[in-house]
Design a protein around this ligand. Structure first.
Ligand SMILES: [Fe+2]
Length: 581
């Protein structure tokens, strides 16, 4: 039985496919159309999923769509009357949803009647919760989803046991932790969709000077929170999000009100310098987010009495807050879905249908995130042959694994910047050792070099460490697995000067714990690096330059040629640049 999950007409459009309940493939549309956070209809992602499962669209049994227009209908109608323009925008998107069978048929050039699949609508946060619970290794767990807005709610919580989930509560529009973070992110001059993580990084440079004011902006009572709405505009005008089109990165309209400027001081324009006040505001924003998020989780732990918690929704990408869960909520084990944002809805909706609608038991845990496209040695060879690599003094050599790893580790230890492309592309926004740029963590200057030569991004943003999982407790204050880079832990004080490049200014690192089973070749590379350089850690950043992470070998070659990377590994091929090239 084949179930296709589709996140369409929403940011992070994506598709995933389950065959007899087993995940076979999952990918975001942005990896194909090269538009960051692409929305619209994910035709290329669906095509890839069907091809990997070896079926045609007409052979699908079920299609799961993570949106339920009937959820919170009363609230929706109330706000539709208050905000007619917002209601019109939503109606347009809804019209597209009602035509999703037709869109799928059109993408595969078949008549809609040829699709025998049953279509299911799964509420947004139910799909988020399903994505994390059904992918977790836990037989039972408390569940929390928190984001900006989906089906007119911003968070939902409950508990999962075996194949079933129960939902205990939710917070509806206009109260939203995600929109709270987005509004202050905009107020601080970061206007692009997805900029919240920049502000999270900036917060580490500040003091929580404005925490009393931020406590006024968000109130918490048990698991429920409320925003002080005079600081925002979205409850009056609607959160304007343009994401019906596939060829554009989504855009968010302004969400902070003039009251925010009156209470917190002047708004920062994007081109203005970042002052200490801005850092303190970012720090205070984050501090209040943590108080509320961890407070909700503490209460959820008391209510459920469970040992483990599963998290999803955009707020679950807040690795700084996640890192504090084991020490401050009562939960001992944490699982965060690697695509905790809206891409993950495609898997969640499909899994909800498999387990909760069709009643099938669980026998799957997502232990790695490699569910995207892969390319054969022959495909890599022909991409190299079609390029100019190896000309003008550069070299290309195909090597046996041991030699490849030895030479590659030596390149990293020599302070060079390496592009590393292997196997299937990662699911979710983090490069986890298959589409990564890898560098020496021992060199403090590496951060500045990477930013100047490759990434062209803000200097205050941290880089992340990948560590051999079994060595985590030696280097970090905590050792819970963090296979998907969703937790930030404190680096042990005595180790900080050994890995300064991926240690943030507050002494934390957003680590990836790498196991030999999840990614054998990447694990061996780090082990070889340790043998040569003495630390079981490499710096890992995504293989891209202000674009979606590379997907195909050709894109990796283009990024290598465009930037000032020193060497590139594509599968078994080691490519070095000419000394003067
Ligand atoms: Fe969401």
């Amino acid at each position: 039985m084949n179930i296709l999950g589709i996140n369409a007409y929403h940011g992070n459009a994506s598709a995933a496919i389950l065959s007899d309940g087993r995940l076979v493939a999952a990918v975001e549309e942005e990896r194909f159309n090269r538009v960051k956070y692409a929305a619209g209809f994910p035709a290329a992602a669906i095509r890839y999923c069907l091809k990997t499962a070896g079926i045609k669209a007409s052979e699908l049994d079920h299609v799961a769509v993570p949106r339920n227009p009937y959820a919170r209908l009363g609230t929706k109608l109330y706000y539709a009357l208050q905000m007619p323009s917002f209601a019109r925008e939503r109606a347009k998107v809804l019209a597209k949803f009602t035509g999703i069978r037709e869109a799928l048929a059109a993408a595969f050039d078949v008549r809609p009647e040829a699709l025998k699949a049953r279509f299911h609508r799964v509420e947004h946060h139910v799909a988020h919760l399903a994505s994390t619970f059904y992918c977790s290794p836990f037989a039972e767990a408390a569940l929390l989803s928190a984001d900006g807005l989906g089906d007119f709610a911003s968070s939902m919580w409950g508990a999962g046991c075996g194949g079933r989930m129960r939902f205990h509560g939710s917070v509806a529009f206009p109260h939203s932790l995600g929109l709270y973070y987005s509004a202050v992110t905009q107020y601080l001059g970061f206007l692009k969709f997805g900029d919240e993580y920049k502000v999270m990084g900036l917060g580490a440079y500040g003091e929580p000077e404005f925490l009393p004011q931020f406590r006024e902006i968000v109130h918490l009572n048990g698991t429920r929170f409320r925003l002080k709405l005079e600081y925002f505009t979205h409850h009056r005008t609607g959160p304007h999000m343009s994401w019906a089109e596939a060829d554009r990165t989504p855009v968010l309209g302004r969400m902070y009100s003039d009251e925010m400027a009156r209470r917190l001081g002047p708004v920062r324009a994007p081109e203005q310098p970042i002052e200490q006040r801005h850092k303190n505001l970012a720090c205070s924003l984050q501090a209040r987010l943590e108080e509320v998020y961890l407070g909700m989780l503490r209460r959820l732990h008391q209510e459920t009495g469970m040992k483990s918690v599963c998290l999803a929704g955009g707020v679950a990408f807040n690795c700084v807050a996640n890192g504090k869960i084991p020490a401050s909520t009562g939960f001992e084990d944490v699982y965060v879905h690697p695509a905790a944002g809206d891409a993950g809805l495609a898997i969640g909706a499909a899994q909800f249908v498999w387990h909760q609608v069709l009643g099938n038991p669980r026998d799957f845990a997502m232990e790695h995130a490699y569910w995207g496209p892969e390319f054969s040695g022959a495909e890599i060879r022909s991409a190299i042959q079609a390029s100019r690599l190896g000309e003008n003094g550069g070299s290309v050599s195909e090597l046996p694994e041991e030699e490849l790893l030895r030479k590659t580790a030596a390149i990293i230890a020599d302070g060079k910047i390496l592009g590393w492309f292997q196997g299937r592309a990662e699911w979710g926004p983090r490069a986890l050792g298959n589409r990564s740029i890898v560098a020496d963590p021992r060199r403090a200057e590496m951060k500045e070099i990477l930013n100047r030569r490759i990434k062209h991004r803000e200097i205050f943003r941290p880089f992340a460490p990948s560590i051999l999982a079994e060595r985590t407790a030696e280097w970090f204050e905590q050792s819970h697995p963090s296979p998907f880079m969703t937790m930030a832990y404190s680096v042990k004080p005595e180790k900080r000067d050994k890995i300064p490049a991926p240690t943030h200014v507050d002494g934390t690192g957003r680590l990836q714990t790498v196991t030999a089973t999840a990614n054998p070749r990447y694990w061996k590379l780090i082990a070889e690096f340790e043998r040569q350089a003495g630390v079981p850690v490499v710096l890992n950043t995504s293989f891209n330059d202000n674009e979606p992470i590379v997907c195909k070998p050709q894109e990796a070659i283009d990024c290598f040629e465009r930037t000032q990377m020193d060497a590139l590994v594509l599968g078994d091929f080691l490519i070095t640049r000419s000394r003067n090239g």
